[in-house]
Design a protein around this ligand. Structure first.
Ligand code: CA
Length: 232
């Protein structure tokens, strides 16, 4: 709901003010800093509900801040939306690997930012622990949906929130093939403006992080993706 605190890290004051103004108008509280050096101490102290993070900052950059956050007990579950002027997939993949939940490319309309913030927050609330026993175990991959943790034969794997949802979704329906748009619908709701290409990017990230275990997520040409059925 509105009233949540959004923390903005952006070195261009005009963009910072534009985002802040529009989020306040939408009912959110905002805090903003213009350097990466100021960001981390404030974040540790305040633990906002969501962070909008510019990737290209002088000094400590966005990737580094994101990684620090995701490695910190207090901050690791705070959703991060990256702002990037670059549209190359490699930057987006790197950002998602650093643990960002979503990204917006510049230039953007303030409306898009408000809509994304709303969606990411809603998703974060949906992910509140349901039950301690909400576990899926398949191919040596252990998914704990309550604790939001993934282990491959006992070894912890760090996934972003979106990667986690996609993996959980595929793993709860082994053998079923899902189209990219079905995957988007399942993990984000139908109103989410994400492209089918970004599903491929997410799958790429999941496979890479799962290492050998990633091969159990199979591409079905012309259709989409599935989790292999466990052979008995
Ligand atoms: Ca910048």
């Amino acid at each position: 709901m509105a009233g949540e605190t959004i923390f903005i890290v952006e070195d261009e004051p005009d963009i910072l003010n534009l985002i802040s103004y529009n989020l306040r108008k939408a009912g959110y509280r905002t805090r903003g800093v213009t350097t990466g050096e100021e960001a981390l101490p404030s974040l540790f102290k305040e633990r906002p509900d969501l962070v909008i993070l510019d990737l290209m900052l002088p000094g400590i950059g966005g990737f580094e801040i994101c990684r620090e956050m995701k490695g910190n007990e207090k901050l690791k579950n705070v959703p991060v939306i990256m702002l990037t002027a670059r549209t190359e997939d490699v930057d987006i993949v790197t950002g998602l690997e650093a643990g960002a939940d979503d990204y917006i490319t510049k230039p953007f309309s303030p409306k898009v930012v408000v809509a994304r913030v709303r969606t990411v927050l809603r998703r974060a609330h949906h992910e509140k622990p349901r039950s301690e026993n909400d576990r899926i175990s398949i191919h040596g991959i252990e998914i704990d949906r309550g604790r939001h943790e993934v282990f491959c034969d006992g070894e912890a794997v760090e996934l972003s929130a979106t990667e986690f949802l996609i993996l959980s979704f595929l793993a709860s329906n082994p053998g079923w093939v899902f189209s990219r748009s079905q995957i988007i619908t399942a993990v984000k709701g139908e109103d989410y403006p994400v492209t089918e290409r970004s599903v491929d990017v997410q799958i790429l990230g999941i496979r890479r992080k799962l290492g050998d275990y990633g091969k159990n997520i199979v591409t079905v040409r012309g259709v989409g993706y599935k989790m292999m059925v466990e052979s008995t």
